[in-house]
Design a protein around this ligand. Sequence first.
Ligand code: FE
Length: 217
Amino acid sequence: MHDHDHDDEHHRDNHYSDMQAGVKALETLLTEKGLIDPAAIDAIVETYETKVGPRNGAHVVAKAWSDADFAEWLKRDATAAISSLGYTGRQGEHMRAVFNTSETHNLIVCTLCSCYPWSVLGLPPVWYKAPAYRSRAVIDPRGVLAEFGLTLPEDKKIRVWDSTAELRYLVIPERPTGTEGMDEVALAGLVSRDAMIGTAVAGSSKVSAAGSPEALP
Ligand code: FE
């Protein structure tokens, strides 16, 4: 039913490199004219990638951990549950929350291009858009996770979810042990962007790190 949107979305995503080239040219020009400091631009992008955007998703996760009714709603109708917190808009219209359990770990990818739940995670990291991640996450998820520094028990199943323009996924990590007394705000502080993509787990030491491994892309 959203075929047209879908095609538009992929069309645009596939031309992202053209847009990137244009942005780069503009950045170079402005830098040469002394109008901008590239380091400042990098800092702003970094902030939106790792701090501002993913804090929305972390709020969703923390609420799911603290409120069983909300968690149930999130499982049943993630789009509505997430909207109720005010996180809506482009690239977040149709959401599905996938819950990590002791048996199963979930990992998100967009094999076609770079579909990503902007409303809860902000800007996608560079590696998420890289061909290496997009192909290898499906073929060898365990190997990819190891490169992110995440080694899961051999008997833990890994489910890989392929995002599209029509349906985007949010991983709800397992709540770390020893966090029983923590409130939602403190819990949200344990949830990194990567934990909501599935390339990390909650409460790891990598929480606020950019999280892009040397080996990828
Ligand atoms: Fe995509």
